[in-house]
Design a protein around this ligand. Sequence first.
Ligand SMILES: Cc1cc2nc3c(=O)[nH]c(=O)nc-3n(C[C@H](O)[C@H](O)[C@H](O)COP(=O)(O)OP(=O)(O)OC[C@H]3O[C@@H](n4cnc5c(N)ncnc54)[C@H](O)[C@@H]3O)c2cc1C
Length: 700
Amino acid sequence: MKSGPEAIQNLSGAVFNKATGELRSTGWKDIKLKIWNTDEQISIPVMVSTRAADVKMFLAEMTLEDPAKIEIMTKCGPSLKRQRAGDEVSSNLIVKGLKTFGKKVQEYPHPFCVIGLGAMGLRQVIHNVRKKTDFVAFDRNDDLGGNAWHLIGNHSSKLQTEGVHYQLQYDIAYGGWSELCHIEEMGYWPNRGEIISHFNSVFDSYDCWQYCKLYTELTNMNIIPETRHFSERKYDMSWKSTRPGDDSTGIFRSSCITYYPGCLVVPHRKLWPGEENFGGQIGYGFGREFDFALVNGQDGIIIGQGAFSHENVRSFVENHGRKVYVIARHWNLMLPRMLSWWINQAIQPMGAAMVLEAMTPMYTLMGWDQWSWYSVTTNADRTLASIKQYTRWGISDILFLAVYWGKAEIFEAEVKRFKHRSVVLTNGKVLTDVDHVMKVIGFDGDFGVDRLMQTKENIGLWPNGDWRRFIISDNSAIDASRFNAMSIAPAVAMHSRVTEYFFQHPEMAYACLGSGMLPKNGADVEHGSPCYHYEPRVHITTFMTMGAYQGDLGTYDSMNTQFKKATMLVYLPIAKYVLACKEDWDHYCAMFKEQGWDKPWPKYPYTAEYVTEMLRLEEEEVGAEFAKRAEKKTQAQVQSIEMMLPSSGLSMEPARTVLRARNRNPEDTSTHSRQNWLNEGKGVKDWLIEHSKGRHAVEA
Ligand SMILES: Cc1cc2nc3c(=O)[nH]c(=O)nc-3n(C[C@H](O)[C@H](O)[C@H](O)COP(=O)(O)OP(=O)(O)OC[C@H]3O[C@@H](n4cnc5c(N)ncnc54)[C@H](O)[C@@H]3O)c2cc1C
């Protein structure tokens, strides 16, 4: 029915449609829907003169079932009577053609395949085990932990973010608090060994090993296209053993694939002129490629100043190296630990200007001005900013501290050539008496992933737009005016649901693809970026676009965000975290003093009072800004409200609210919950009536 001149509302609130000659009530009633031959039922608020056809279409929309299969019946004595499409809907209905009020879940004939047992793939495994999904996971390595912790991290590498948000079992919907390790058990900033042991112990406790094959590399994929239904498509994945002495191979047939290959995979390698004359140790500063035991009492240089350079400084310091020079082609902004905590506990993404402002205590101690960094763009009064650099955040206090004591020195230059025990830089400086060279000059993504997945371009997270296959990795650079999180657990808890959601509801994947809004990403060979690896802003657009088609996950998303804050504040409350940072800071200060470095002992630059103020700013300013945005959105919604007429899309919104509430926890069938869902729907109905009233008056 239109809301134009032919729809006229009379004084009693009924609506007369000139075109059809109907008079339809705009009053409301609650109707009960029960699925035939089951105990499943819900009550929804609808306008009195809603037709049976409207309810049928509503059910089809919400369950993704074919409307032709759905029948709406009423009880008529001992028998059932079909409601005709145009009948005003009765208050007690039996629904045939549905098994549940939840969205129809697609079933597949073959198990799912998870590729990669790094931190991200492992998280998908835990989720699949919890959901009893039929799957097998593979990794070519001999242990859990991925490229990050096996090939790149070395024995003194530490997690740069906080251990709370790196736990595999982290999930508000599965045990929440009770499943998390205590912070003392996981460690504030666990090292490589502790992280791998955490992964293994979670795997033991969830009994995951039966689903996982280590020492197994997937080498080829044969796509067997569907003949009738899309769920029939299958992937024959060839595998080979990587176990020394074992040359077994095989094929694993799968219906859907989630691939977590990592983005820091292939280390850059480069030889400089004169290396052969250097005479000291030259190696790559990751994995076991550099012997840190040899640096004791000697000087070294680290080439590169990305995130992993911080860990090399730590390894150098902890192995009692004397002095280290960091050679930075671009001197990237460094993030003090305290800010990682602050961003990780925030509900709303933090503005870059606030992040820069909060760097002040650390940068002032160093005599640096963070606002003048090459990577920062800001307005005149520094209320808005963005940060763009070609590496992830290097998060630590160790590099700041080492520079403060003179133990480390950073040069913004490039290495020109080596001479015997010395290094010539492009700025003309010559570093002499150097004994060790650690190269940490970045990583490429894995082009083997594009080959295996036969990807020409990724559309969203789907190779060639095939939604039965997801490839997900984190970013290797920064380009943002807001920062949401520094650690992966909250995001990955969501990722593992996103893959499941689209596999279960392919209609939503088709809708998402059909929107034409998903970014397309091709390989950039020159910059080491395969199709699955995105520039940060493309990454955000991808997730936002896909987010628009997974509305049912909205509630989980907001619970997940609340949990992110709560876990941080409970496990690492301000005073405790500041104290932990301070103790670590003082531990290194004592080490440097003992080694003979002579400087006034620097106070840890962040106090509990300062951090409390940071928190207040985050909660008040960011909160206020987002409240303003929410208000604007509400106003826009109010503006878009049309006259609420029976059979209009808007009139079914309260009913949709009930089903969304029900789908938050489909296992819950109690009368109490059903009443709560109905109340949520009625709340939306009241809001809509209130905001559409004026419009009625104008348009009637
Ligand atoms: C030293 C270091 C410190 C870090 N610190 C932090 C931190 O503090 N906080 C944070 O959030 N992040 C940190 N990161 C970032 C890190 O990249 C992520 O946290 C995470 O570990 C990445 O996991 P992933 O599963 O995506 O990839 P990866 O760890 O790269 O694992 C990918 C896995 O896929 C496997 N694989 C790929 N292709 C195949 C195939 N064809 N067959 C079989 N197996 C295959 C590989 O063998 C590998 O094991 C750090 C990284 C490093 C290196």
